[in-house]
Design a protein around this ligand. Structure first.
Ligand code: NDP
Length: 481
């Protein structure tokens, strides 16, 4: 049985209490590793190490911090296949997706913020009255980075990289469901030149070590990506301490297809947006709004494409859809499909549990589903399912499309499909979301702000937004008459 250890003060180590929890391979439904269950003592040791490392790391020239991040990116890239295999085993996602998306993005995050370390700048404001202000951007100290299971190292590195680039030291906690790649990553830190204590990785449960990180008085800020309910818990727990918070939360994203779109392109986009990574991406377009004039044609094209998606062993190159993350999540997704039927929806394809032959017979697979006939306000159309489930809804005109899109407590992302660019710009302006794609989905430029409105989060990541989050601005005003 493989063991997954904490990384504290520059060394891989077991927990003080030596408690372990099981880690499952979703594609087989079997335990394949055990990870350290961190204790409060482990957290104290990690915080002490991070505090001890802070002054030197914050004073390290930006070019040197950048060199370390680039070296870490090199080391990950050299091990792309190992990281991809580990990520696919831990999450159930197709190996090809881990190889082509997850791991390259980890390296890209590290390189991007290596560049940002050197390019980040602050402002100065000259006053006619004979004074000049300049803004110092100083690192916060020890920061907590907490990430979910769907894009494990992709999202953890998206936090750790800017935190380090800005001169902070880090306590990182991956999801207990997917600890493996964070562990493999931590084993590269010293080789990349990261001094002991600069990044510490603690494994364990959200309610346990996750909450302790949030509550720890010496941790200055929390960068969190995960569910809206957990985000609310973290916001409540930190309110009294006024801890700096970045919350990237859930979504129920509309994909709006107008009759004047390029239908083939929109269909390809809708399938990608609905089902990539088994629909387990916060940006997935799970509400598919289609203009009445092409609704029937679009539904037919969609259902035939979704039926053609191959569900099965993540190692198989032909697989489009791997396993869902856990048995509990499989039950949740199947539960929502039952609810959709109760709410009057018709499941046009998929929705049943799949039991592939061979080694994956006990894995947690579900056939990708398309539903229609549900009201916009029903629970299936309002709650985040976070699985391979897309709900189709017709609309007549632009105003109705915008109203339906905005009928949600979430506001993370939206896609608009139309050849009428003025319409696209109008709808992009009125739709309530932090990110809008026009005639595409999930094209990501790392310089752009990433985050949501309403219950999809608070604050933005990406580009210099992350550098701003991980620094405190201090204005210095100098009089010079
Ligand atoms: P959770 O909110 O359950 O968990 C996210 C992380 O927080 C995990 O590491 C979890 O640990 C930890 N955690 C749980 N409870 C606490 C707590 N009380 N204090 C501190 N940490 C805690 O989300 P999921 O892992 O289920 O991820 C899916 C969710 O993430 C979806 O809602 C999805 O939309 C959202 N998401 C948002 C993104 C965005 O950018 N807006 C991107 C990707 C996902 P553990 O897993 O060990 O319990």
């Amino acid at each position: 049985m493989e063991k997954i250890y904490n990384y504290i003060d520059g060394t891989v180590q077991s927990t003080g209490g030596s408690d372990w929890f099981d880690v499952y391979e979703p594609a087989t439904g079997k335990v394949y590793a055990q990870a350290a269950e961190s204790s409060p003592d482990d957290l104290d040791a990690a915080v002490e190490a991070a505090r001890g490392a802070f002054d030197d790391w914050a004073a390290t020239p930006a070019a040197d911090r950048a060199r370390v991040l680039n070296r870490l990116a090199d080391l990950v890239e050299e091990r792309t296949e190992d990281f991809a295999e580990a990520e696919s085993i831990d999450t159930g996602k197709p190996l090809s997706l881990a190889r082509n998306v997850d791991v390259p993005r980890v390296a890209a995050n590290l390189r991007f913020y290596a560049g940002a370390a050197e390019h980040f700048a602050s402002e100065s404001h000259a006053m006619e009255s004979g004074a000049i202000n300049y803004t110092l951007r100083q690192p916060l100290g020890v920061v907590g980075c907490i990430s979910p299971w769907n894009l494990p190292l992709y999202l953890l590195s998206w936090k750790i990289a800017p935190a380090l680039a800005a001169g902070n030291t880090v306590i990182a906690k991956p999801s207990e469901l997917t600890p493996m790649t964070a562990y493999l990553f931590s084993r590269l830190f010293s080789r990349a030149g990261l001094p002991p204590g600069v990044v510490n990785v603690l494994h364990g449960t959200g309610a346990g070590i996750g909450q302790q990180i949030v509550d720890h008085p010496a941790i200055a800020a929390i960068s969190f990506t995960g569910g809206t309910r957990t985000g609310e818990t973290i916001a409540r727990s930190t309110a009294g301490r006024f801890k700096k918070l970045s919350l990237e939360l859930g979504g129920k994203n509309p994909n709006i297809v107008f009759a004047d779109c390029d239908v083939e392109r929109a269909l390809d986009g809708a399938v990608r947006a609905g089902f990539t990574n088994q629909g387990e991406i916060c940006l997935c377009g799970s509400r598919l709004l289609v203009q009445s004039g092409i609704y029937d044609e679009f539904r037919e094209g969609l259902v035939s494409r979704v039926r053609a998606l191959q569900v099965g062993d993540p190692n198989d190159a032909a697989t489009d859809q791997g396993a869902l993350i856990s048995e509990a999540h499989l039950e949740k997704v199947l539960g929502y499909l039952g609810l959709a039927r109760e709410e009057g929806g018709e499941i046009l394809c998929g929705g049943e549990q799949v039991r592939p032959d061979g080694r994956c017979a006990d894995g947690w697979f579900v056939a990708p589903a398309v539903i229609e006939g549900l009201s916009a306000g029903c629970r299936t159309n309002q709650e985040e399912i976070f699985g391979p489930v897309v709900s189709l809804m017709p609309f007549d005109d632009e105003d109705e499309a915008v109203a339906l899109a905005n009928q949600s407590r979430f506001g993370l992302a939206a896609s608009i499909w139309s050849r009428d660019i003025e319409r696209c710009l109008r709808v992009a302006k009125h739709v309530e979301a932090g990110l809008v794609w026009v005639n595409t989905w999930m094209v990501r430029d790392l310089r752009t702000p990433m985050g949501g409105v309403k219950q999809s989060g608070m604050g933005r990541e990406g580009g210099f937004e992350s550098m701003r989050f991980f620094t405190e601005p201090k204005n210095v005003c100098v009089r010079y008459d």
